[in-house]
Design a protein around this ligand. Structure first.
Ligand code: PMV
Length: 360
């Protein structure tokens, strides 16, 4: 199955030097991916909203190596040479080398920056790996003289997945599935796909206000968390629950059933953190302020009937999700009651979007 993209197209043009640029947004999972099999195959299917404002912009300058093989690369983050990102990118390049022969033929200077504050607790691996993969595939497209068709976007998502699992959901939007499942035959373990079921109007302009509760470095990385699912006492029940939630969220998306949507999304967030709390060894990524915010959202929803809910990533920050039609009231509530729980009152205003794009 992994050999799916091994039939590489021949490079028809000789390009000595070129520059490509792309940007990709972050995404927020509604049904969560937590646990994986070898080769970045998810242990359960997931579905996410693609975001708009929280994104990574990357440019790669390619220069053909004079003698072969002599592949090399440098990374510049926000204008400064960066050593810290190199091992992860080197590992990524090793994984994708067989799918992208150009990597052994060129020197790459990678210039990358995020629109969201560095160390905001917002994972940049999804948007970062998606933007990087899009640059690489766009350059390959020039070498093979092909157009960016459906297969092109599949390959970008396929490569992004090998960099960071959830990155494969950052190429398209506004809703992306990843992981084979019975709710959508089109979905794949290898790359993200757009749902083949309808998404009701009410979900088409969803807002996501990301409350930055704790901007510190996470104590346990996602990779360690995924790994702990191997010997997890509740792993099988959790994977079954994700499949069930995917069926249910498909119905909610199609019917415009926002009550069901809220129930599934909040349950998923709490299940994700329950898995962390019941891993061996156990760990906790929520903070007291996370719980205070959740309780306030529940109270506000009960008192006003306004359809606003929360979800969590692998961290303490809270994503507040709501349709645009109630945005004014929810933003007032966030300002007056939730920002006090954020580090330095910080938050990111975001909304769902269409995915990554090539800039040049
Ligand atoms: O893509 P990774 O390995 O950083 O894992 C992401 C895991 C979650 O963000 C917690 C859930 C998800 O589906 O995005």
């Amino acid at each position: 199955m992994e050999d799916f993209f091994l039939t590489n197209k021949p490079y028809l043009t000789a390009i000595d030097k070129a520059s490509v640029e792309a940007e990709a947004p972050s995404n927020i999972a509604l049904v969560k991916y937590w646990g994986k099999k070898p080769n970045q195959i998810p242990a359960n299917p997931s579905v996410s909203f693609t975001l708009s404002n929280a994104k990574t912009r990357t440019r790669i300058d390619f220069e053909k190596c004079k003698s072969q093989p002599q592949a090399s690369f440098e990374v510049y983050f926000e204008g400064k040479r960066n050593q810290a990102f190199k091992p992860k990118i080197a590992q990524f390049f090793e994984r994708i080398q067989k799918h992208l022969p150009l990597l052994s033929q060129y020197h790459l200077d990678i210039f990358t920056e995020n629109t969201f504050p560095h160390s905001s607790g917002i994972a940049s691996s999804a948007s970062g790996m998606a933007a990087l993969s899009l640059c690489l595939c766009d350059f390959e497209r020039r070498l093979t003289q092909t157009d960016p068709d459906v297969e092109f976007w599949k390959k970008v998502s396929f490569l992004a997945r090998l960099g960071s699992g959830s990155a494969c959901r950052s190429l398209k939007g506004p809703v992306v599935l990843w992981g084979a499942n019975q709710a959508d035959d089109n979905a794949s373990d290898l790359y993200g796909t757009l749902p083949s079921f309808p998404i009701h109007q009410i979900f088409q302009d969803f807002q996501d206000t990301i409350l930055l509760i704790d901007k510190g470095e996470k104590k346990v990385s996602s990779s360690v968390g995924h790994g702990l699912m191997h010997a997890h006492p509740f792993a099988n029940q959790r994977f079954a629950q994700a499949h069930q939630h995917l069926h249910q969220i498909k119905e909610a998306f199609s019917a415009g059933n926002i009550e069901d949507f809220i129930r599934i999304v909040e349950s998923e967030a709490l299940s994700l953190h329950a898995m962390m709390m019941t891993s061996e060894p156990y760990f906790l990524l929520m903070k007291p302020e996370t719980l205070k915010v959740i309780e306030k959202i529940w109270l506000f929803r009960a008192q006003t009937n306004i359809p606003v809910c929360f979800t969590l990533d692998a961290g303490a920050n809270v994503h507040v999700l709501y349709p645009n039609q109630v945005a004014e009231k929810v933003r007032e509530f966030i300002q007056s009651s939730l920002l006090m729980h954020c580090e330095n009152n910080q938050f990111i205003d975001d909304f769902i979007g269409e995915g990554a794009k090539i800039i040049s």
